[in-house]
Each structure stands twice: as structure tokens, then as C-alpha cells.
Write a protein that binds this ligand. Structure first.
Ligand SMILES: C[S@@+](CC[C@H](N)C(=O)[O-])C[C@H]1O[C@@H](n2cnc3c(N)ncnc32)[C@H](O)[C@@H]1O
Length: 300
């Protein structure tokens, strides 16, 4: 089912599991510092257990159905990181290409051990080695908000989708649904991010672990306590409620993701829809569930 590459890789790296195809990642719409930092992050946090992949996958892909993704689907995961969502989708599709410009691709190689219907390539959105209109389903989860020009990146990703195929995206939301307390909390945490994300590697990783304990855990523990007492609605109103059923490993990983990344952008629901339409998508569905916003659209 896999297509021919549109050009030859610069290098092919043979690992225990497979061959990894390495393409250049030169481009205008890429932040190399961000990419390198993600490489470090994912090499540290690649051991996602099956339960985490299952729970996270069910949350993200609540808006998919058998028409969008099935055993005949040729899929592409752009900015796959550790390949955790490739892993979730692999049993549900015919074949999936997983692509990332960072060294995270080697973490994906380990996480996707024994999964045969996957091919891994080191490439960026601008250097994807596939012809336009190749895929039935393309996804990019938590990637395009870390790219200088999100709108253009979205257009470039959608080019790879066949007419009548689907594009799935997760972009950070701009907190438009939140009250003033939450927004103020976010604003101050964003200042912390701007400082922490510029620290050297090891110190940054350590500081993010500390933040996971002193910033994330108090909210999460209060929320879990309310849940334990049966006050589920109240628990949902506590900041970071999405982490109340997550492992500490995932919380540390997300603390590094959140505070360790120097470039992030946030979007309103209206902006997400508008960018998806501008890329040529229709029948857009934005999930009402967390994480906000994840959406799917059909290519015209
Ligand atoms: C927050 S991680 C998300 C990884 C994965 N999709 C997930 O949800 O676990 C963002 C990923 O985007 C990748 N990335 C950054 N710039 C990119 C670009 N220009 N093209 C493709 N991927 C890029 C990074 O290397 C990183 O692995």
C-alpha cells in the first residue's frame, strides 16, 4: 500500500526494527531550536505504556469513525514525535507513514517495535517525500502551533490528502472558554515558560520536573480529591482537570512539553475553522471534548 518516495533519502539508517529514511529538513517554516528540543524531550519520554496510548487515543480520536479511518486507509502522521498516536492508529488502518524532523524519530522506532504496517521518515512538513493527494487520512497532533506560520503549514499538510480524504489536527486553544482566574493563571505560567524554555537542556528538564510537582500536582490532587468525594462537576472546573486520570510520567512529560517549548501559538475555534477552510477542507467537526481543539475535515 505504501507509495514510492518522491525523491531519494539522504541516508537510510538500519535499526533492529526497520529502516529509517532520512531526508533534509531545510525550509523557511521551521524552528530548528524547537525541533532539536523536541528531539531531546521525546528521547527522554518515549516509554508510553499501552494504557496511556489507549486513553489518549480515545480522547483525540473521538470524532473519527469507520468511514474516516478503516483497514483500507493509507495514513500519514506529520510530526509524529514518539509515534504514540501512530501506534494507536496502526491497528485501525492499512498502512501508516510516520514523519518527524527531530531525533524523536528514533524514539518512535523503539515505541513502534513489532508494528509492521508503519514506515518512519525523518523529514519536515516542507520536505515530506510524498506526492500531493497521496493519503486517505493525514494527521498532525500538537505540531502546527510550534511552527512559525501555522496557517501555511496547515495548507502544506492538507496538500498530501486525497480529494475526499480527511485531515485531523490538534492545535492549542486560546483559552476562550475559560474564566478570568484560569486566564490569569495561564498568563503568569506563560511568563515562566518564556524563561524556562531558554534554559540549557539538563537544567530545563530538572526545572520542568519541579514544575510538574509544585504547579501541576496541587491542582491535580485537589481535583482527584473532589472526584473521590463524588463532586465530579466541581473536579472538572479545577485547572488542568484533563490530567486527573493521568500518570505522573505523563504529567512530567507534559510539563516539559508546556514549559520547555519556546514557540507556541494559540487559536480560537473560529480561527481553527477558518484556517481549515482556507486549506480546502469542508465538513469540519471540532470535538467538544478535551484536548481543545482537535478537529477533522474532509478535503474538497
Ligand atoms: C508536541 S510534539 C507532538 C508529537 C506527537 N504528534 C504527539 O502528539 O505525541 C511536536 C512535534 O512536532 C515536530 N515538528 C516541529 N516542527 C516541525 C515541522 N516543521 N515539520 C514536522 N514536524 C515538526 C517536533 O519535532 C515534535 O516531535
Amino acid at each position: 500500500m505504501k507509495s514510492e518516495f518522491t525523491r531519494s533519502p539522504e541516508k537510510i539508517i538500519k535499526t533492529k526494527e526497520r529502516e529509517i529514511f532520512v531526508f533534509d529538513i531545510e525550509g523557511k517554516n521551521i524552528d530548528y531550536k524547537v525541533v532539536n528540543e523536541f528531539g531531546d524531550e521525546w528521547l527522554k519520554f518515549y516509554e508510553h505504556d499501552d494504557d496511556l496510548v489507549k486513553k489518549g487515543g480515545e480522547e483525540y480520536f473521538d470524532i473519527l469513525n469507520n468511514q474516516i479511518v478503516n483497514s483500507n486507509t493509507y495514513a500519514l502522521d506529520i510530526g509524529c514525535g514518539t509515534g504514540r498516536w501512530t501506534k494507536y492508529l496502526a491497528p485501525k488502518v492499512g498502512f501508516i507513514e510516520a514523519v518527524d524532523p527531530s531525533n524523536a524519530i528514533f524514539a518512535a522506532d523503539k515505541l513502534l517495535e513489532n508494528i509492521k504496517n508503519v514506515r518512519l521518515s525523518k523529514a519536515s512538513i516542507e520536505t515530506l517525500p510524498f506526492a500531493d493527494e497521496t493519503f486517505d487520512f493525514v494527521m498532525s497532533i500538537g505540531v502546527l502551533h510550534h511552527i512559525p506560520n501555522t496557517r501555511q503549514a496547515l495548507i502544506d499538510c492538507v496538500k498530501k490528502v486525497k480529494r475526499g480524504g480527511y485531515f485531523f489536527i490538534y492545535l492549542y486553544y486560546n483559552l476562550e472558554r475559560r474564566g478570568p482566574f484560569y486566564k490569569a493563571l495561564f498568563k503568569s505560567s506563560d511568563w515562566v515558560r518564556k524563561i524556562v524554555s531558554r534554559l540549557p537542556g539538563r537544567i530545563k528538564h530538572f526545572v520542568c520536573d519541579v514544575l510538574a510537582i509544585i504547579f501541576y500536582m496541587p491542582f491535580i490532587l485537589v481535583g482527584r480529591f473532589f472526584k473521590f468525594l463524588g463532586f465530579k462537576d466541581l473536579a472538572k472546573r479545577i485547572p488542568l482537570h484533563g490530567y486527573q486520570n493521568r500518570s505522573f510520567f505523563m504529567i512530567r512529560n507534559d510539563a516539559l512539553d508546556r514549559f520547555g517549548t519556546r514557540l507556541e501559538q494559540r487559536f480560537s475555534k473560529k480561527q481553527v475553522v477558518e484556517m481549515m477552510e482556507a486549506a480546502g477542507l469542508t465538513d469540519i467537526v471540532i470535538s467538544p471534548g478535551i484536548p481543545f481543539y482537535h478537529a477533522v475535515g474532509k478535503k474538497k
